[in-house]
Design a protein around this ligand. Structure first.
Ligand code: SF4
Ligand code: SF4
Length: 81
């Protein structure tokens, strides 16, 4: 197996491990769009606009580390299966 194919296989394997943990969900009734979750995300998976009151996450990038969950001051974020 070439190095490239091995790298792709490893990435696919990691993706399955991450996805098995679930996905980050936001309770929009609680979220105040402060942006703290965006600041702590080391892979830039979260985008927040306080002015436009928007919050989004890129599931394909998120590694399910849950730093954002613990950082959110009002517990709006959860890791759910
Ligand atoms: S840290 Fe919590 S309240 Fe702030 S933008 Fe993120 S989810 Fe919303
Ligand atoms: S779980 Fe980790 S990687 Fe995913 S959005 Fe939150 S901080 Fe970023």
């Amino acid at each position: 197996m070439s190095k490239l194919k091995r790298n792709i296989a490893e990435i696919k394997c990691l993706r399955k491990i991450f996805e098995a943990k679930g996905s980050i969900k936001n309770d929009f009734k609680k979220c105040v769009y402060c942006g703290l979750c965006q600041k702590v995300c080391s892979v830039d998976a979260i985008a927040v606009s306080k002015d436009q009151k928007t919050w989004s996450i890129e599931d394909d990038i998120c590694v399910r580390c849950t730093h954002c969950v613990f950082k959110c001051p009002i517990k709006a974020l959860t890791l759910q299966k």
